[in-house]
Every structure is written in C-alpha cells, then in structure tokens.
Design a protein around this ligand. Structure first.
Ligand code: SF4
Length: 225
C-alpha cells in the first residue's frame, strides 16, 4: 500500500470508529485498567482468552489483590483458583508471581516503561508490552493481536506472516499522527467488519484501498457478471 493510501485508510478508520475512552469499553467499565497494576495483570491474564473470561478472572483476583507485593505473596493455589477462567491458568499463576517479584526486586516496585524492559517480565510478550506502552504510558506503539494482524495483512498495509513481524512493519510505516489510536480503530474493524471467516466487505469503507478485496472479492464479482 502506498503512503498516501495508508494515510487515507487511517483517516477513514479514524472517522468510522471511536477510541475506547469514548465508548463503554468492557475492560474500562469493569475496572480492569483502573491502575497500572491492574492494566499489567489484566493484560497478562488476557492472552489466548476471551474478554469475558479475562474479566471474570481479573475481578475475582482484584477482590483481594491490589499490589505487586500481595500478588507475589499470594498462595499459588489460591491464585490458580481465582484465575481459572483464563487459558493456561496454572502457567499464568506462576508467571504472575514471578513478574510481581521481578518488578519489586529489579524495578523498585515500578512497572518499567520501555519495551525492552517490559519484555524481561515473566509472561509479558510483544503484544502485552505494546498494549502497556500505548494505553498506560501513552506512547505511540501499535499492539498487534489476531484482529489487527488479519486486517492490516488483508488490506495490504503490511506483508507479514507473524504478529511480531506485523508489529515491526506497522509501527515503522504508520504516520505518527495515527499511532496513538491505530490499535483501537483496527481492532474494532477486525471485530465488526473484517471478521475472520468471511469479511463483510459489502459494509466496508476501505474496499477501494484493500488488496484482499481487489484480489479475492472484486475478481469474483467481475467473473460472475
Ligand atoms: S474490504 Fe473486506 S477484506 Fe478488505 S478490509 Fe474491508 S472487510 Fe476486510
């Protein structure tokens, strides 16, 4: 995709979708991102797990745990019990306790604010680090989850086969003015219109810019006519 098309695509997305703080985002309404502590723990819980299950586990955990010290010192079986609605809850319980200890011992109790440091934390991968940088520390980092990965590759914004390579390319090519909210627009587009199994191209305002549409949908329509 050429740079003027990229800019146009972001302009359309920015006019089509709101940002999370303007909507009734379920993470925000349930308090999952009320504090940096909650944001980090919630994001660590959320990998490979639906929002509904993440919220269930997070709310059960935040009934009694409010600090990294409490998380580090919590009985592991009790932690497992509280977060068992998320995928890989045994491993996540271990990772959460290790992460809490790392933050206390290595970062003086403060969540680090660089990607490199965030990636040293147990259970925190590239997507989680970018979410923390973007949403908590308000840095221009675009987190790539399964929805963002699908949308930007279909559009032809990037050409990559992994989420990390997609994140590298997307962060490199996205104009600075769109980086802060790009994740929010792209994820909504992926959940509402450019869905996984059969994208709703007939409802999409980006068809004229989209490689997938030009190559797979438009060709089919032309051949059928
Ligand atoms: S035109 Fe279709 S494939 Fe392309 S972004 Fe829109 S919904 Fe997705």
């Amino acid at each position: 995709m050429k740079s003027d098309q990229l800019t146009e695509a972001y302009q359309i997305l920015s006019h089509t979708y709101t940002t999370f703080d303007q909507t009734d985002d379920e993470w925000m309404t349930n308090g999952l991102s009320d504090t940096p502590f909650r944001s980090l723990v919630s994001v660590a819980l959320s990998t490979m797990t639906t929002s509904k299950r993440t919220i269930k586990a997070a709310l059960a955990l935040y009934e009694t745990v409010h600090t990294f010290e409490q998380l580090r010192d919590m009985d592991e079986q009790e932690l497992v019990h509280r977060i068992q609605s998320v995928a890989h809850y045994n491993r996540k319980a271990k990772n959460l306790k290790t992460m809490a200890a790392q933050i206390i011992d290595q970062y003086h109790g403060q969540i680090p604010q660089t990607k490199e440091e965030l990636l040293t934390l147990s259970g925190i991968g590239r997507k989680c680090a970018d979410i923390m940088l973007n949403f908590v520390f308000e840095q221009p980092a675009i987190a790539v989850d399964t929805h963002v990965f699908r949308v930007v590759n279909r559009l032809g914004m990037v050409k990559a086969t992994t989420a990390n390579a997609t994140a590298d390319q997307l962060n490199q090519i996205t104009p600075a003015e769109f980086k802060r909210h790009a994740h929010e627009w792209l994820i909504q587009h992926g959940m509402k219109v450019c869905v996984a199994r059969k994208p709703h191209c007939e409802e999409c305002p980006l068809t004229h810019l989209c490689e997938y549409y030009q190559e797979h949908v438009l060709k089919g329509l032309t051949q059928a006519a």
